[in-house]
Design a protein around this ligand. Structure first.
Ligand SMILES: [Zn+2]
Ligand SMILES: [Zn+2]
Length: 103
């Protein structure tokens, strides 16, 4: 099963296409831009409390048969956070001191 490659940052709604170097994901594929992860979220996913890693690029070219963005295109379903910014900053303050591997 492939990542869905969500199209936007859940926090600021910035576009994050499949070749974006700024996309960050948690293990549930909650997706944010690097600026929000660093400056708004302190590397705490507001949905699950986990940390983030850079989302790898899905190749535009079909290097191997049947694989690439033309075969597994990115999701078009934009996702938005269901928590208020105030609630998120409280949540982040509570969790950010604990390293992701110990949460
Ligand atoms: Zn963002
Ligand atoms: Zn998450």
């Amino acid at each position: 099963m492939a990542l869905s490659l969500r199209p936007n940052c859940e926090y600021c709604d910035k576009d994050l296409p499949p070749d974006s170097l700024e996309a960050r994901i948690c293990t549930y594929e909650c997706t944010f831009c690097s600026d929000c992860v660093d400056n708004k979220l302190s590397n705490v996913c507001p949905n699950c409390g986990g940390g983030f890693a850079p989302r790898p690029i899905r190749p535009a070219k079909e290097w191997r048969p049947g694989l690439g963005v033309t075969h597994q295109p990115p999701s078009e379903q934009r996702v938005h956070l269901s928590f208020s910014k105030e609630e998120i900053s409280e949540f982040s303050a509570k969790v950010r001191g604990i390293p992701p591997e110990r949460r």
